[in-house]
Every structure is written in C-alpha cells, then in structure tokens.
Design a protein around this ligand. Structure first.
Ligand SMILES: NC(=O)c1ccc[n+]([C@@H]2O[C@H](COP(=O)([O-])OP(=O)(O)OC[C@H]3O[C@@H](n4cnc5c(N)ncnc54)[C@H](OP(=O)(O)O)[C@@H]3O)[C@@H](O)[C@H]2O)c1
Length: 359
C-alpha cells in the first residue's frame, strides 16, 4: 500500500497539504471525523472516516498507509499514540510546534530506527523556518555558543471558529511544558533546559522589509530544534504572534498559572474553540524565520528565511517531506525537518535565505 493519509484532511492545514501533494502528483487520502466535510474538499480523492484518535490508530493498523501526515492537534495528546500506530506500517510526520511534544517525539528515534521508519515532527512553518536558518548558518562549523531564533509568521485568517484543535494546541500543548503542571517558559542555559519567564526576553526585531515586530520567548519546538542544529548550550526561541504589549506580557504568567487547573483549562479551551475569528488579511507580505548564532571565538552570524503566507508554507513543507519519503530519501529515526533534509528543504518549499554573515 503506498497511500498517503492526511489525518484532519478537512481542516485548514489538511486542505493546504492536500493541495500541495496534488501539485506534486501525489493523490492523498483524506481522513477525518465527518464524511460530509471530507467529501466537500476531497476533489475525487478517497476519504476515510475515523472519529477519535483510537479509531485513527486502528484504521492505520488495518489499512497500512505508507505515510501518515498528522494535523490533528493538540499533538501533546495525538502524536504518541499515532506514532505508535505508524511504526509497524509506515512513516509518520506532524505539525507539532510545542516544546513538550517535539521533544517527546524526538525521543522515539531509537524505536523508529528499530522499526526502519522515518518520523518527522515540527513539519510546519513553526519549527521548520527557524531550524532551517540555524542549519544554514551552522553548516561546516563547530558547535556554537549562543543562539536566538525568532519565528515571525504572517497569517491570513479566514472567518470562522478557532476550532478545538487550535484552541487545545494553544492552551494545552503550546503553553504546556513536559510533565504537565504550570505553564512556564523554557530556554537552554549551560546545556540544560531550564524554566524561564513565559513571554519574557522581549526583543524588538526590525525585519528585512523595514517593519518591526516584538518577539517573546515561548516553550516552542523551535527551541529544541535550534539547540540540536547548533550544539549551543545557550538557546532562546521567541515568537511574534503573541500580543506582545507589556500589559499582556505582565498578565500572561498569571493567566498561565490559572490554566494549570484542569477544569479551568478545559473550560477555557471550549470557550476559545468557539470564538469566531474575523477574516484578516496577512499583516505583512512575508513570514520570516530568523536566527542569530554566536561562536566561542566571537564570530556572530545572522540569517533570515523569507517565505510567503505562513499557512501556505505549512502546506508545502509536509508535502515536500512526503515526496522525499516516497522517493526513498528518508532515514530510519525521528527528526525535525531540516535535521533530516538540510537547509535546502525550505528552499524547495519557496523559502529564500539571506545571511548577514560573520560580523
Ligand atoms: N507547526 C506549525 O507551524 C503549524 C501551523 C499550522 C497549524 N499547526 C497546528 O496544526 C493543528 C491543526 O491546525 P488547523 O488550523 O489545520 O486546525 P483545524 O482547521 O481545526 O483542523 C483540524 C482537523 O483535525 C480534525 N480532528 C480534530 N480532532 C479529531 C479527532 N479526535 N479525530 C479525528 N480528527 C480530528 C478536525 O476534523 P473535523 O473536520 O471533523 O473537525 C479537523 O479536520 C493545530 O494543532 C495547529 O496548532 C501547526
């Protein structure tokens, strides 16, 4: 069986990935909870209905697709059981970008290697954009000393509800840290992952197009990907899509500690899922991955990856990873995308690098 399954095939990311696969002459199988919704976007492709993670895992075991693309968040709940379901039958990739899930999935590398399968986590704009810049800057260099990465997506929003997947990803996965408990920030210091203030380390960043954004540190998967790509003991990962006014930054840690209470988090997730988003054009023409890398000899390099709308890139990266896996270019083990396919993966997805160079 050489089928490529998209779990959550009727969702925003699922539809974008399906379109990019079709452009690469790969016909996906769309998998989701609602036959009607799937049929509405299938464009003649096969659909499979499965209404829970257990059912998804059972169908994977029964029908044995060659590659599974998981877009069903929160990945903190779906990644582990779905990787387990895939290992006996085929390769797996997902769009996780919370630190806890990306780290946990990377720890399955030995199991993936033993099964002869490739597992790729973080195959969306988040993780891939900044990881690719770090890989590019660190090519052929010794381990770095300090790295800061900034993820600056430009996202167009369609009108509609936020939805369960995104709401629980934000409140359960994205703000969560491994082992549960109170959401906190994370960074690497002295080679160790240490707690830090959530939404701290604010930095006003001037983008190559001249506009400015403020990025704040978050426990995102970009952190572990940047650490592994650079070997640096000190790493900070920051993100621009959080309202970064000083008032919001001051209130966030307080809100986060309230969210540690299970029922409050469940209630907040349901409320957020139902919130209707207004259509919004993308705030700027490009999305950016940014990294500044410093080495022990004082060399400092800054690099940017420029892509278009972030969701479009999140469609292209998994499709390109799938194409390469089907071509036999994968390797057994668990990886983030640029760790597996190098800095050229982002270029194959429309990204362009600019490196400010050693300064
Ligand atoms: N790494 C990145 O840069 C990046 C970028 C974009 C998105 N993401 C993440 O990707 C995830 C999906 O985002 P999205 O915007 O595509 O969300 P979405 O539009 O809500 O789509 C999610 C899909 O998952 C399906 N689903 C949810 N729970 C399910 C379950 N229990 N069993 C089977 N199917 C289920 C939904 O099915 P129904 O159609 O039946 O509702 C829907 O089709 C989120 O977690 C988001 O944070 C990451």
């Amino acid at each position: 069986m050489t089928e490529v399954w998209i779990l959550g095939g009727a969702g925003r990311s699922g539809r974008a990935i399906a379109a990019e696969l079709r452009e690469r002459d790969i016909r996906p199988v769309l998998v989701g909870r609602d036959a009607g919704r799937l049929a509405g976007v299938a464009e003649g492709d096969r659909v499979v209905v499965a209404t829970s993670v257990d059912e998804l895992a059972a169908e994977i075991g029964r029908q044995r697709p060659a590659v599974v693309v998981n877009t069903v968040g929160p990945f903190s709940r779906t990644a582990a059981p779905l990787v387990r379901a895939c290992l006996p039958v085929g390769d797996y990739l997902d769009l996780a970008n919370d630190l806890a899930t990306v780290s946990a999935t990377l720890r399955l590398s030995e199991a993936a290697a033993a099964a002869g399968r490739t597992v790729v986590t973080g195959a969306g704009f988040g993780v891939t954009a900044t990881e690719s810049v770090v890989v590019k800057l660190c090519e052929g260099r010794p381990a770095a000393e300090h790295v800061r990465v900034d993820t600056v997506p430009s996202l167009a929003l369609a009108a509609g509800a936020v939805g369960e997947a995104l709401a629980s990803t934000i409140l359960d996965g994205f703000l969560g840290v491994e082992g549960g408990g109170r959401p906190r920030g994370r960074r690497y210091r002295g080679g160790r992952l240490v707690p830090t203030r959530l939404a701290g380390e604010a930095f006003p960043l001037t983008l190559p197009d001249g506009s400015t954004v403020t990025t704040v540190s978050m426990p995102i998967g970009e952190l572990v990907a940047a650490q592994r790509a650079s070997g640096a003991p000190d790493v900070v990962a920051a993100f621009s899509e959080l309202p970064s006014s000083s008032v919001v930054r001051a209130v966030l840690p307080l809100a986060a500690s309230v969210l540690a209470i299970g029922p409050v988090r469940g209630f907040a997730t349901r409320r957020l899922a139902a919130v209707r988003m207004r259509a919004r054009p993308r705030p700027r023409e490009h999305s950016w991955g940014h990294a500044v890398v410093r080495w022990a000899d004082g060399t400092r390099c800054e690099g940017w990856l420029r892509v278009g709308e972030a969701q479009a890139f999140t469609g292209a990266v998994p499709a390109e990873v799938v194409r390469r896996l089907l071509a036999g270019d994968g390797r057994p083990g668990a990886y983030t995308p640029a760790a597996l396919f190098g800095a050229s993966l982002a270029q194959a997805c429309g990204g362009e690098y600019s490196v400010v160079g050693a300064v």
